[in-house]
Design a protein. Structure first.
Ligand code: SF4
Length: 324
């Protein structure tokens, strides 16, 4: 065995025996391991430490349109010229119909996502009423992504029926300031901590392919672990016309797989969740991603981009050895 192969195998053995992720410096060393070896070793960690029941969810854009923040990747920022449909917070009936449709397709969680820095208090009140109605009428688990809410607001929403709060850290602490200047990553971490104190599970990940280095992706995964995140959406940038990142080159499929495999070494028991941008990946890469570490996915359409075909997805997930 060549030295880097041996390093990957020994490191994977240790991660498996302790179900504890590697340090940041060990993760950096994994960048030099040949991709085939890295994927296989990450696959062993996934089988031993992560859930073999594939965790599915779907999202709905619950409030769409112009946002005062300046996140460079986002079509909904009013600082840029991307075209998006604008509408206020959806009614309880519309949310219920979408939740029921997801449930009928066998999806386990339903997340309401709203644009803006944070949902204003009047909308929080309206949403609490809707969530109470959804909790009574469906058995799908409910998640929410509504920006930088306060702890009392999060508590009210948890009491209404939201069990998991989502707020992506988006990128490495050392790179976030290049991508957004209107809020800080610390505010996001504080929101996630407040959601935990309010009794919710937390979900947070990022977008890869925004010009960051592999070292910075590792930095992101380590910060997510330190924040106590167990559900990690991995988005692949789909550059949107009219945003500052519209001409960002697409990252390669090998790069996507390497990132997923290294994330698995850092977060051995987390739900690594395929999210936006993965619809462009080949069937083969998608299957390899499931084997190397992806054990969760947002199904169907994303917020502002089309998603992958759901039936084809279910077939690939089963082929990778997961139960649904
Ligand atoms: S805060 Fe959310 S909706 Fe607003 S620009 Fe940033 S990512 Fe887009």
């Amino acid at each position: 065995m060549v030295p880097m192969d041996d390093f990957a195998a020994r490191t994977a053995d240790r991660v498996i025996s302790e179900c504890r992720g590697v340090s940041e410096s060990e993760a950096m060393m994994l960048m030099d391991v040949p991709l085939e070896v890295l994927k296989n070793e990450a696959g062993r960690i996934t089988e031993a430490c992560a859930s073999r029941k594939f965790d599915t969810c779907s999202i709905i854009n619950g409030k769409s349109g112009r946002c005062p923040e300046d996140c460079k990747w986002c079509a909904q920022s009013r600082h840029y010229k991307a075209r998006v449909t604008e509408y206020p917070l959806l009614s309880a009936d519309k949310l219920l119909r979408a939740a029921e449709l997801s449930r009928s397709k066998g999806i386990g969680r339903f997340s309401i996502v709203t644009s803006g820095r944070k949902l204003p208090p009047r909308d929080v009140e309206q949403l609490c009423e809707s969530v109470r109605m959804l909790s009574e009428r469906t058995d799908i688990s409910l998640c929410l992504s509504a920006g930088l809410l306060s702890e009392p607001e999060l508590e009210t929403l948890r009491e209404a029926g939201i069990s998991r709060y989502h707020c992506n850290l988006e990128s490495a602490p050392s790179y976030f300031g290049e991508l957004c200047t209107t809020h800080s990553q610390k505010e996001k971490i504080d929101t996630l901590k407040a959601a935990r104190r309010a009794g919710m599970e937390i979900c947070s990940g990022g977008i890869i392919g925004m010009g960051e280095t592999m070292e910075q992706r590792i930095e992101l995964a380590v910060v997510l672990r330190e924040t106590g995140v167990k559900s990690v959406p991995v988005n692949i940038l789909a550059p949107i016309k009219g945003t500052p990142l519209e001409n960002e080159p697409l990252i390669s499929e090998e790069d996507v797989l390497r990132t997923i495999a290294i994330f698995r070494f850092i977060l051995p028991d987390a739900a690594l969740r395929f999210a936006g941008g993965r619809a462009r990946l080949s069937k083969r890469t998608t299957l390899e991603a499931y084997r190397a570490g992806i054990n969760a996915s947002i199904m169907g359409d994303m917020l502002t981009t089309a998603g992958a075909d759901m039936d084809a997805d279910f077939a690939l997930i089963r082929a990778a050895g997961y139960s649904l």
